[in-house]
Write a new protein. Structure first.
Length: 232
């Protein structure tokens, strides 16, 4: 399985894409909240380059300590709930899908309500995450022989945890499933850590229904300014 070191190496390799989501958004004097920041200081450096104020939020004590070693103060969700501080930008990179995977519907809704309530007037919530192709077309994927055993483990675990909506068939080195399910399998094989029991409960994909339900939610004060989807 992929270890933590290789996971962070792949995270660093995608950092330019992560920062591109903030392109043209950060201005001098703004307050920028990096929600679910992780241990990297790249967003911190990017925000500070524009003379804006950076705030990291992560509930992991390990992440908090790693950031503090770099001189970056990190708050948690409890602090965010207790403060009346407002932010011009709240940035969530590869975090939204985790809220939907690990929290109950009420918990996810409550968390997003806290996030949205901390946006300043005309503030922006910027979400960068994996988007579901929302394509149920059946397709086949051939897997290299050195990876097929790992793929089979993920197929078994993800199927048992009802991450898949359709049937997944594995014959030899070939997987047959919907494009949605194939995409989810590939993401888990690429990004999954050694904690299969934890991450097999997680769907890496965000669909339009989730965005409408947990963010827009019929609130007239919240508008979807722009949306772009692309594949690397």
């Amino acid at each position: 399985m992929n270890n933590e070191q290789s996971y962070y190496a792949r995270m660093c390799a995608t950092m330019s894409d992560k920062l591109s989501a903030l392109e043209g958004q950060v201005q001098k004097g703004m307050r920028v909240l990096d929600f679910g920041s992780g241990p990297s200081d790249d967003v911190y450096e990017y925000v500070r380059h524009f003379e804006a104020n950076y705030y990291a939020l992560d509930n992991s004590r390990q992440v908090q300590m790693l950031l503090e070693e770099k001189g970056i103060h990190c708050i948690d969700l409890a602090f965010l709930k207790s403060t009346d501080m407002q932010f011009d930008i709240i940035f969530m990179s590869s975090v939204f899908h985790e809220l939907l995977s690990y929290l109950s519907r009420n918990e996810a809704a409550d968390t997003m309500n806290v996030v949205l309530s901390r946006l300043a007037e005309n503030g922006k919530l910027i979400i960068r995450d994996w988007c579901s192709p929302e394509n149920k077309t059946i397709a086949k994927l051939e897997v290299i022989s050195t990876k097929i055993d790992e793929v089979k483990i993920w197929v078994k675990e993800l199927s048992e945890h009802a991450i898949f909506l359709g049937e997944v068939h594995v014959e030899g080195n070939t997987i047959q499933a919907s494009i949605d399910d194939l995409y989810n399998i590939l993401l888990h094989v690429t990004w999954g850590l050694q904690s299969i029991s934890r991450e097999s409960n997680e769907s890496y994909l965000v669909d339009c229904t989730s965005i409408k339900q947990f963010i827009l939610n019929g609130n007239p004060n919240i508008k979807l300014v722009s949306q772009r989807a692309y594949y690397q």
